[in-house]
Design a binder for this molecule. Structure first.
Ligand code: BG6
Length: 503
């Protein structure tokens, strides 16, 4: 991982799925932010590829409109012009072996000449996952995947990377037959979030945490990724995926590994990823009995959020009215290694929770001996570090302090660090760093094949048992609540409780 953002290498970004939502909401605004801050090379261009036939001019006009909408205050006209002058589009049928791909090839050649760009290309697959293998294959077959004369070719794949262990393995095997691992960038947008990257700095850039970051001091860890939104028009995809597949083997496991990993020997991509994969390998596999006990699923019913009535999941567009798909998942994980033996990691994620809130809580053990016998139990504090990932980015240290007055009374207090207060507002989509890293060839924040496969292998037994034993009580939580009651029981039976964000 580079310490300073320099200027990216001259290159062309080829976006498959250029007329889609991801491109306009995230990719263009992110590129625009990079350009605005001077991080893109002068010799940079974009070639958008979509199914629709369209002239480059029309594509540019649409892009300018989208930038106004999605790049917020960054709508700087000069930069928008600069952007337009290097954006091109070609459309056609992705299944057509010849026409579209030879058009892309011709266009790349012309754009390289026009903008004096060496043949460095990165192909962004912002397309449905079932097309990944096919499109990558066609790019390679048309000679666009070969790294010749010192030029590089890279491929970014969006999630979901596979639907389960088998499909992820097949996709990896397929890609690795046509490309080298170092050309493959499996994106997980959680790694583009500042607070997620800060986990590495917080843990390994400070000396005070390391001595206590282990089973001797930590009681347990809680990771919550709660969303207030429902499925937002993505019912068709979501109903075949569910909360576990959608969030756990990717985003949440990134948070688990960065929280639990050993210090890497360097911040080189493989050094960091080696340590992350060791954590995944140490997660105790779920037997069917343990999966039934320690994996909780839920589905939201209609309810109220912020005073507004919202429909139940089964009433959402493109969702089966009898759907058995979970919109909430909670797991208790055991990481069987020296650092974390007997320290449970409770993770949960769900849609239609009372508020949008993601955090990692490091809950420390109680003080060994309670000196303050007079203090009511609710005021006897334990220490915890809360790492707030979104929407408010920051870190809170929770501890006990004396309440002023003649008596020795203890109260719970917080010490807060808030990103915006210290560093000011940074407009970011989370994709800036990831796109930039791809352009400089740094894969630290991307998933390696073994990470993806190990992650799927952890959740597979749970998916299997869930499909073998359909839920009997869905829907089992009203929208606007923190999930089903059994999720609370997952912790209460261990004498613990979820720490919910204020609503
Ligand atoms: C995506 C999931 O990967 O992440 C969505 O498919 C989810 O279902 C989204 O809403 C959450 O991302 P963020 O950045 O809003 O937490």
């Amino acid at each position: 991982m580079s310490e300073t953002l320099k200027t990216a290498e001259p290159c062309i970004m080829v976006i498959f799925g250029a007329t889609g939502d991801l491109t306009k909401r995230k990719l263009f605004p992110a590129l625009f932010n990079l350009a605005k801050d001077g991080h893109l090379s002068e010799n940079f261009a974009i070639v958008g590829v979509g199914r629709q036939e369209m002239l480059s001019e029309d594509f540019r006009d649409q892009m300018v409109e989208d930038l106004k909408k999605f790049a917020g205050e960054n709508g700087d006209e000069e930069k928008a012009k600069w952007f337009c002058s290097r954006t091109y589009y070609t459309g056609g049928d992705f299944d057509d072996d010849k026409k579209l791909f030879s058009d892309i090839k011709d266009m790349l050649r012309d754009v390289c000449t026009k903008h004096k760009i060496p043949e460095n290309f990165f192909f962004y697959m912002a397309i449905p996952p079932d097309l990944f293998a096919n499109v990558a294959q066609k790019v390679v077959k048309n000679g666009l995947g070969n790294e010749e004369n010192g030029n590089w070719r890279r491929f970014i794949f969006e999630k979901p990377f596979g639907h389960d262990l088998d499909s992820a393995k097949k996709l990896n095997a397929h890609l690795l037959r046509i490309l080298k691992e170092r050309q493959i960038y499996r994106i997980d947008h959680y790694l583009g979030k500042e607070t997620v990257q800060n986990l590495l700095v917080f843990r390994f850039g400070n000396s005070i945490w390391e001595p206590i970051w282990n089973r001797n001091y930590v009681d347990h860890i809680q990771i919550t990724v709660a969303e207030k939104l429902g499925v937002e028009g993505r019912g068709g995809y979501y109903d075949t995926a569910g909360a576990l597949r959608d969030m756990v083997p990717n985003h949440i496991f990134q948070l688990v590994t960065l929280t639990a990993m050993e210090p890497p020997v360097s911040f080189e991509a493989d050094a960091v990823r080696d340590e992350q994969v060791k954590v995944l390998q140490a997660i105790k596999p779920f037997s069917p009995e343990v999966a039934l006990r320690d994996a909780i699923r839920g589905q939201y019913d209609q309810g109220e959020i912020g005073g507004e009535r919202v429909p139940g999941y089964r009433g959402e567009e493109s969702v089966d009215p009898n759907s058995q798909t979970e919109t909430f998942a909670a797991l208790k994980l055991s990481i069987d290694n020296w650092r974390w033996a007997d320290v449970p990691f409770y993770i949960r994620t769900g849609k239609r929770m009372p508020t949008r809130h993601s955090s990692i809580i490091i809950q420390f053990k109680k003080a060994p001996f309670v000196l303050f016998r007079e203090t009511p139990i609710e005021r006897l504090t334990t220490n915890r570090i809360e790492i707030h990932i979104q929407p408010d980015e920051g870190i809170t240290l929770h501890f006990g302090a004396k309440i002023p007055g003649p008596l020795v009374r203890m109260g719970a207090v917080d010490m807060d660090f808030n990103y915006v207060d210290h560093f000011g507002e940074q407009l970011s989509t989370g994709y800036e760093r990831l796109l930039f890293d791809c352009m400089i060839g740094d894969a630290t924040l991307f998933q390696r094949a073994d990470m993806v496969e190990t992650s799927w292998s952890i959740v597979s037994p749970v998916l299997d048992i869930w499909s073998a034993v359909p839920p009997r009580d869905f829907p089992n939580y009203p929208a606007g609540t923190w999930g089903p009651a059994i999720s609370d029981e997952l912790l209460s039976r261990d004498g613990r409780a979820w720490k919910n964000a204020p609503e």
